[in-house]
Ligand binder design. Structure first.
Ligand SMILES: *Cc1c(COP(=O)(O)O)cnc(C)c1O
Length: 732
């Protein structure tokens, strides 16, 4: 291990307040809409909403689309009517200040990265529901990562792809069967602009394959202080098929996939160079972008005259690799032909043979039967690799142990940094107001510190409960609106639509389950014993209701069947009005759910949930987690800050595990959750429940925040990789 040095606090350049010179109300609103900073500031969101609440909802909370329906005169008039002027001025001033300064944390802790920023690669970014370039957890994590990097002032640029049709929109038909619809997003309604190169001209990158060239243009999106660059193959010089290469996320076959990954990885590194950005660290968020390493090596060889081995060591030292899943399907694999077609020309320049190249993507380099795995490439060519929770660290070391056959498991060089969530993006505004009243004045700047959150115990339990109850009512209103709209769209009867307006009851214990319908997540676990569930749901004194949401991958037939079974429960009189399926799970639906439910349920088959982050979002808003001891919950649960299903073990036979876990789920509900929720004092307040909400918030909010996560990446990965300080990741 190298000597630990103190970081040198050199002064990094603040990003310019790029053209923030608006002097009228309309231009100020447009400027606000063009930096995604607005998406985590409730006062700006409220401002846009107030301009036209109905259109705001109809336009998927997209402020640029909303403003395009206003003329400057009409906006000015509307602002006058609603007395919005000072709010607009103040929001604009805050944005301007925000982008022109670097906060103290970044100056002190990440200053050395200054002119050589971290380049963060991800194939998904979930920044806001109006920007359809994410599908689920991985994307939302990337979005939260860059928002926190912005807030802390970590010099970081992000690289991804622009998908104009994004991931699909989900609709269920009258039989509960999932249908997928792809939208055509209007680029002019998104906060993007062409990225300009050092010559002041829009950039196009070119990648040669054995079968021809691929071109991509580059968009720039501002996410607070962070610049997010998105590559887009929809350029006229590409052939028609390639123009659609980046249209859809997870939309094509393996050939589409490798071409997308080629564009993101190799194209991404070329784009940064054209922009005049020279990263000091490469952070590859999942194996999808591992080709970036090969291009970075090529660049070093070409620009600095290094030979392959030296360049490889040099780049590997500066590369951080994060792996996100123990599920085999989550690791892309390509056969030799696909690799040679796409990486062949790059391989020529690297001066290595096909066999050598294939070896970099194989656990056993000589094994001709092994396909090329992007995760293996990432693990082999990075000096620092990490999993995303403590438990996932153990699982990952075991999973890839054969890459280091001479090492014992504890010494496999893969550490862990547990995922966290961007608090401002997930915390309900009403909850934030409550914290503002009771927490230290600067708490929003110190959210990653434990002390700040201890003040929750000083809040009047009644006040916390009232706030939660108000949020729960908002959730129920949202669900009713959505369900009645779903019924209307399917052409159901007026009675059905009307009935949907009256489902659910705010005084009933409410469980939420929102996640992908992948089999290992076991969405049907609550239905294992349907009669028993019916008794619990219909209990006259202590009933229960459940809100489900989630998409199945289009090619996942079993996943679609799970959705169908849940969706059709509404026809069963035992569950009618008490079980709801909300279509089209996305950031917006997730936000409503985690802000309003009493209990957030997670019952994956251990240990397949690498981390999970939705439960962390629930914590912030006072919902209690009821979860298998998997992913983040295995290190979060302390006996009094939520509920655990099972004892953290699994059987070799999945059926045995599933049956045991289901039995324990019912037991915990019946013995712990339901009694605690309905145990009310004379004022109708569930005191012990509220105590548990407080324990959950005080013990978990700071630890599972993205601020803590990004700070960990800086200290344990970015600084050592950049040569700033050496401090290896906690390998347990
Ligand atoms: C947070 C989030 C996720 C990830 O949650 P998990 O707990 O990993 O399932 C997935 N999808 C959306 C839309 C989210 O907001």
């Amino acid at each position: 291990m190298k000597q630990v040095e103190q970081p040198v606090a050199i002064q990094p350049q603040p990003i310019a307040a790029f053209g923030l010179t608006a002097d009228n109300q309309y231009d100020k609103c447009v400027a606000l809409a063009r930096n995604l900073w607005w998406s985590w500031h409730a006062e700006v969101i409220n401002l846009f909403r107030d301009l036209d609440p109905i259109r705001w909802r109809q336009l998927d909370h997209n402020p640029i689309a909303l403003l395009s329906e206003f003329t400057p005169e009409r906006l000015s008039m509307r602002a006058g009517e609603l007395v919005l002027h000072s709010r607009i001025n103040q929001a604009y001033r805050r944005l301007k200040e925000y982008v022109s300064e670097i906060p103290p944390w970044g100056r002190t802790h990440a200053g050395v990265l200054g002119s050589k920023p971290v380049a963060y690669f991800s194939l998904e970014f979930g920044v806001h529901e109006s920007i359809p370039i994410y599908s689920g957890g991985l994307g939302v994590l990337s979005g939260d990562h860059i928002k926190s990097a912005s807030g802390l002032g970590v010099p970081l640029v992000a690289v991804g792809l622009f998908y104009d049709q994004g991931y699909f929109k989900q609709h269920l038909d009258i039989n509960g069967w999932q249908h997928e619809e792809y939208l055509n997003t209007k680029v002019e309604n998104l906060p993007m602009e062409p990225a300009l190169g050092t010559d002041g001209k829009p950039i196009t990158v070119r990648i040669d394959t054995r079968a021809g060239k691929l071109l991509a243009k580059v968009w720039l999106m501002h996410v607070g202080r962070v610049r997010l660059y998105l590559l887009d193959c929809d350029v006229p010089s590409n052939n028609p098929e390639d123009r659609e290469l980046t249209s859809r996320l997870y939309g094509g076959d393996n050939r589409t996939r490798i071409r997308q990954e080629l564009v993101a990885g190799v194209g991404g590194v070329r784009a940064l160079k054209a922009l005049g950005i020279f990263p000091g660290v490469y952070h590859l968020n999942e194996g999808h972008s591992s080709f970036a390493i090969l291009e970075a090596i090529r660049t070093r060889m070409k620009d600095d005259g290094m030979d392959f081995d030296v360049a490889l060591r040099n780049v590997a030292q500066r590369t951080v690799f994060t792996t996100h899943t123990p599920v085999p399907a989550g690791h892309d694999r390509f056969d030799r032909n696909l690799i040679e077609e796409h990486i062949g020309p790059l391989r020529d320049e690297l001066g290595i043979s096909t066999e050598q190249l294939m070896g970099l993507g194989r656990v056993e380099p000589q094994n001709e039967h092994e396909t090329f795995c992007m995760t293996v490439l990432g693990l082999k060519l990075s000096r620092r690799a990490n999993a995303v929770s403590n438990l996932h660290g153990h699982v990952t070391r075991r999973m890839w142990a054969h890459l280091w056959p001479w090492r014992v498991e504890e010494e496999i060089p893969i550490g862990h940094i547990t995922n966290g969530v961007h608090i401002q993006s997930w915390l309900a505004w009403q909850m934030q107001q409550l914290y503002d009243r009771h927490f230290p004045a600067d708490w929003m700047h110190r959210m990653g510190e434990p002390d700040v959150w201890q003040d929750i115990h000083g809040i009047d339990p009644g006040e916390l409960w009232e706030t939660h109850y108000a949020l729960k009512n908002l959730l129920l209103a949202f669900v009713r609106r959505r369900i009645s709209r779903q019924c209307r769209r399917r052409g159901e009867s007026d009675e059905a639509v009307e009935a949907a307006r009256n489902i659910l009851d705010p005084n009933i214990l409410t469980l939420g389950f929102g996640r992908r319908f992948a089999t290992y997540k076991r969405a049907l676990m609550l239905l294992t014993d349907e009669d028993r569930l019916a008794e619990m749901v219909g209990d006259p004194k202590r009933p229960m209701q459940i809100i489900f949401a989630g998409k199945a991958h289009p090619a996942d037939e079993p996943g679609r069947q799970l959705i169908q079974r849940i969706a059709n429960l509404r026809h069963d009189p035992r569950f009618a009005g008490r079980i709801a399926f909300v279509e089209d799970y996305d950031i917006n639906v997730c936000r409503h759910l985690i802000q309003g439910v009493d209990v957030w349920l997670n019952n994956p088959r251990r240990p397949l949930e690498a981390s999970g982050t939705s439960g962390q979002k629930a914590v912030l808003n006072g919902a209690l987690n009821l979860s298998i001891l998997d992913g983040w919950w295995a290190e979060a649960y302390d006996g009094s800050n939520g509920f655990a299903i099972g004892n953290g073990t699994s059987h070799v036979d999945d059926r045995v595990t599933d049956a045991r876990d289901a039995a324990d789920l019912y037991r915990v509900l019946i013995e712990e959750v339901i009694p605690l929720y309905y145990d009310r004092d004379i004022d109708g307040l569930p005191r012990q429940w509220v105590k548990r909400m407080m324990n959950s918030i005080s013990s978990l909010a700071w630890r599972f925040s993205a601020d803590r996560m990004v700070a960990d990446y800086v200290n344990h990965a970015y600084l050592p990789a950049s040569g700033g300080v050496s401090c290896d990741m906690n390998v347990k």
